[in-house]
Design a protein around this ligand. Sequence first.
Ligand SMILES: Nc1ncnc2c1ncn2[C@@H]1O[C@H](COP(=O)(O)OP(=O)(O)O)[C@@H](O)[C@H]1O
Ligand SMILES: Nc1ccn([C@H]2C[C@H](O)[C@@H](COP(=O)(O)OP(=O)(O)O)O2)c(=O)n1
Ligand SMILES: [Mg+2]
Length: 237
Amino acid sequence: MWRRVASLSSSISSSFLAQTASRLNTWESLTTGIAQQAKGVIAPKEKTPFITFVLGGPGSGKGTQCIKIVETFGFAHLSAGDLLRREIASKSADGAMILNTIKEGKIVPSQVTVKLIQKEMELSDNHKFLIDGFPRTEENRVSFEQIIGVEPNVVLFFDCPEEEMVKRVLNRNEGRVDDNLETIKKRLTVFQALSLPVINYYSEKGKLYTIKAIGTEDEIFEQVRPIFAAFEKRPSL
Ligand SMILES: Nc1ncnc2c1ncn2[C@@H]1O[C@H](COP(=O)(O)OP(=O)(O)O)[C@@H](O)[C@H]1O
Ligand SMILES: Nc1ccn([C@H]2C[C@H](O)[C@@H](COP(=O)(O)OP(=O)(O)O)O2)c(=O)n1
Ligand SMILES: [Mg+2]
């Protein structure tokens, strides 16, 4: 599992290792993991997690491009929206609250979303994660850093004109409760007010890759491809 893999990486310093493990509250499982590895129960893996956040307004094409990135570069795709919709469908304790929040075009409390992402990361055997539609607020961003204890390697921003995003969402045809004009207008306001500051934050950190998200799906992917192709040449990916 990733948390054991990450923790066992030789490229992470031991103080960072301890800090991360305690944040994840997994020191016990970490040491168990080491013991199991020593016994040969788990195949040894030494890859550091490689995290990509995929940002952009509603309908900017995040999910569509994530499918292509998965096919070409073998990432695990974790869509925050899909994880939240799965919670609604499973009728979990948070389901009704999540449904109302999504209908209103608002953002679900960060701890709920980060816990869902954390669970998926822990279950995955992959070390390359595409985290789609997250972080959408500064609160999301800080919560991820506090709970997961790592920062993204790459942040993709699909930059798309509002008119085009509205057109795409209204044609999406996936039966989503938020794909209507009233909710999309609210979502665009939330995007401007709460998500753009996150995008600016990563721009200032030099981690942001802005993609002009107009044109065909293939044309857009030709802007995405070289970003990961360059990382593939490095030992980190
Ligand atoms: N380049 C594109 N041109 C036209 N339509 C697109 C393009 N990329 C995606 N779409 C369509 O737009 C809608 C929204 O795309 P999606 O990937 O779900 O965006 P997001 O995840 O950012 O909301 C979907 O119906 C998708 O098929
Ligand atoms: N980090 C996130 C991601 C999604 N959500 C909620 C609120 C969003 O409007 C919905 C839908 O998100 P999703 O990423 O699936 O939406 P788009 O693909 O951008 O249309 O889920 C959230 O509260 N917090
Ligand atoms: Mg999406």
